[in-house]
Ligand binder design. Structure first.
Ligand code: NAD
Length: 396
């Protein structure tokens, strides 16, 4: 069938199989061109492996380090009868799997709810079958709106709200391409609690404990989870909002997991990454406008990075290649340093108050934002014939 983008707010409900494959191929090529990473992981578990930062981590582990990978994700296959394409993460995984197997790398894909005991058990089974039988890298890269507690069955929902006062801010209606005013309400205590339960460190710790109990942790195993801090401009909605409370909980979990991994001469930490366009970030109010300005500024000064650039830098300049991790005062690794540099933030603060619907495409890089967004779903890739009939079914 011919697959066209169908964008609904911050979602695109279709994905292009050949476009997603081309997107993954392009990332693999960049890693291969950047060179092999020495002393890297041999066997990685990536939780949230199908899109965004998790996919970039999986590509760096496999094609940079030559590692086996077990990927966990929640994706939808195609429904050929109804003519519904699979989700982008499904197609990304299909291409990743094909390419990694061509290199004789062990690949296992576990599609289902990472918060459940069942999926943890399936992942451990797949790790046991891998050449090493254990993992020496565990990446926790989930972005989920809800979580079912595996012990109690309670369902927690995460919300993107402020904590304390409601927040009024300039924002962007990405469908209309118009600057608007967003009113972000304050969360109540229960909403804060549920967001922390969903996006905090609880589940990361359960994963590491389950792997440890199963004897699936290799000597020197590193576990990392991704976080965001951002500039003061987005503090009310991010760092000091409900999601920020969850990220602080993640940092506390890192300390406990670090202590648990010490027994295996390993370590755990939180890596604070830069803002990029992903399915998760496009859902956060205010962030698309901030990203459009950030892209304009960082592209102009030559410091722009996407998920792959960020993770390749983390792996090659900090984690492996004989390098040391560079921790901040709170024990976090900061690969958001270029985003938060004074010159970038000063420039953003100059542009922010001047943006209007009329000058949106000249003072910001909204065009890049839109292109990056569509690329997440495999649209707008060079060399892909979008008028051609494609098979929407793909094996993972
Ligand atoms: P994303 O939406 O691209 O990826 C989310 C991944 O989680 C996908 O692989 C998805 O399949 C998986 N997933 C979601 N719910 C699941 C479930 N219940 N079970 C199994 N898998 C599930 O998100 P992203 O932006 O790459 O975010 C990943 C992490 O990076 C998050 O912790 C996020 O806070 C962090 N981060 C993101 C940014 C950013 O700007 N996007 C910046 C810094 C840090």
């Amino acid at each position: 069938m011919i697959v066209q983008p169908k964008v609904k707010g911050f979602l695109c409900v279709t994905a292009h199989p050949a476009g997603c494959a081309a997107n993954v191929d392009e990332q693999i090529l960049r890693v291969e061109k950047s060179g092999a990473i020495s002393g890297g992981c041999k066997s990685a578990l990536i939780i949230g492996a199908s899109t965004g930062y998790g996919l970039a981590s999986r590509i760096c582990a496999a094609f940079g380090c030559g590692a086996s990978t077990v990927g966990v994700f929640f994706e939808r296959g195609a429904d050929a009868e109804r003519g519904r394409p699979a989700s982008a993460g499904w197609y990304n995984t299909a291409e990743f799997t094909k390419r990694a197997r061509e290199k004789n790398l062990y690949v296992a894909n576990i599609n289902g709810d990472a918060f459940s005991d069942e999926i943890k058990a399936k992942a451990i089974e797949a790790i046991k079958k891998s050449p090493l039988g254990k993992v020496d890298l565990i990446v926790y890269s989930l972005a989920s709106p809800r979580r079912t507690d595996p012990k109690t069955g309670a369902v927690y929902k995460s919300v993107l709200k402020t904590v304390g006062e409601e927040f009024l801010s300039k924002s962007l209606d990405t469908d209309r391409g118009e600057v608007c005013q967003a009113k972000i309400p304050a969360a109540n205590e229960q909403e804060v609690f549920e967001t922390v339960k969903t996006m905090g460190g609880d589940d990361w710790e359960l994963w590491v404990n389950a792997l440890d109990e199963a004897g699936a942790i290799a000597e020197g195993c590193v576990s990392l989870a991704y976080s965001y801090i951002g500039p003061s401009l987005t503090y009310p909605i991010y760092r000091e909002g409900t999601i920020g409370m969850a990220k602080k909980d993640l940092e506390k979990a890192a300390e406990r997991i670090d202590a648990a991994l010490k027994i295996h001469r390993g370590k755990a930490f939180v890596s604070v990454n830069k803002a990029i366009v992903t399915q998760a970030s496009s859902a956060i109010p205010v962030v698309p406008l901030y990203l459009s300005i950030l892209y304009a500024v960082m592209k102009k000064n030559g410091t722009h990075e996407d998920a792959l650039d960020q993770i390749y830098r983390l792996f090659s300049q900090q984690l492996y290649n004989g390098n040391c991790l560079d921790f901040d005062d709170d024990g976090r690794v900061r690969i958001d340093n270029l985003e938060l540099s004074e010159d970038v933030q000063n420039e953003i603060m100059k542009i922010w108050p001047t943006v209007t619907s009329q000058n949106l495409t000249t003072v910001t890089d909204f065009d890049s934002y839109k292109k990056e967004f569509l690329k997440l779903f495999g649209f707008g890739m060079d060399g892909v014939d979008y008028d051609a009939d494609v098979d929407i079914c793909a094996e993972i």
